[in-house]
Design a protein around this ligand. Sequence first.
Ligand code: HEC
Length: 316
Amino acid sequence: MNNKLKRVTVAALLSLSTFAAFAQDKAEAEKTFMSDPINNPLFPVYVIGLLIIIVIALIVVTGISMIRVINVLAEQAERERAAKLGVAYKPRQGWWSRFSRQMNDSIPLEDESTIELDHNFDGIKELDNHLPPWWKWLFYATAVWAVVYMVVYHVSDSYPLMIQEYDTEVADAAEQIQKLKASQPQEAIDESALTFTADAAVIGKGKEVFNTMNCGSCHRPDGGGNAIGPNLTDEFWIHGGDIKQVFSTIKNGAVDKGMPAWGKSLSPADVRNVAFFVMSLQGTNPANPKAPQGEKFVAPALPKAANDTTTVQAAL
Ligand code: HEC
């Protein structure tokens, strides 16, 4: 696989997994019947409904078998009657063969000469067949349906048109997004004042982001790097290893190099969290790491460790 193809595949997988995560969120939000059928108040209704369906199916099956038995008996009786009267027994036609003959109404093969047209192209002749009745009925039915459709959708406006349905769904979705956003107020992140500390809570959240966003598909789940994405655990950085630089790389991506701009799909807080998690991977030395890329990053001398907590708290 060439790199471009890989990127496309990964991007596709990525959007799939994001979608799955979204679907899961939704399922959790509203408990569906399937998530806990037994305790659902509608459970007895479904059970009784199922029983009724089974009973109806049994009645239908028995009914059909009984009709077949009666048919066999009737045929036998007719055979005996014909034998008694000394006439040849002619089997009655079933309703299906009668129906199909009516619906096709084709000229029997032996009578085809009566409908032969009088032209002849190199021995190829044409028959003047009429349209089969089933076809004509279908045609009439579509004409009737067209009138019904017209009246329902365009004259009485009883049901919304497809475009209106679409618009309502889009509006509903927009409203839901609005609600979701309103329920998750975004934490403002001051990029310029960002400092890294090994804050376990933030790193834990960042790890979650790393997993749900599938960063591991390009950087390996342990951050060691693979054919697509660079190693995130070494001291070498293409875009700089300072927390502000890492934050900015994740937020803006390196789109032409295959690193998506996550600022579009992640909240600033999530970008901060995952940037903290990436920073926490420094020096974890996973097995078979990808060879270093970029330049070795040397952190500028840090202020006294004791100050760190306060600065970060301000940054959070
Ligand atoms: C589709 C593949 C892909 C995914 C998914 C991906 N990355 Fe990347 N990432 C890359 C590539 C490729 C680079 C190198 C870009 C370059 O060469 O400029 C990169 C670079 C980076 C860098 C900079 C590394 C350096 O050396 O400067 C960081 C940090 C990073 N990614 C973090 C993340 C995080 C966090 C996620 C998940 C939110 C993520 N990446 C998801 C492909 C990906």
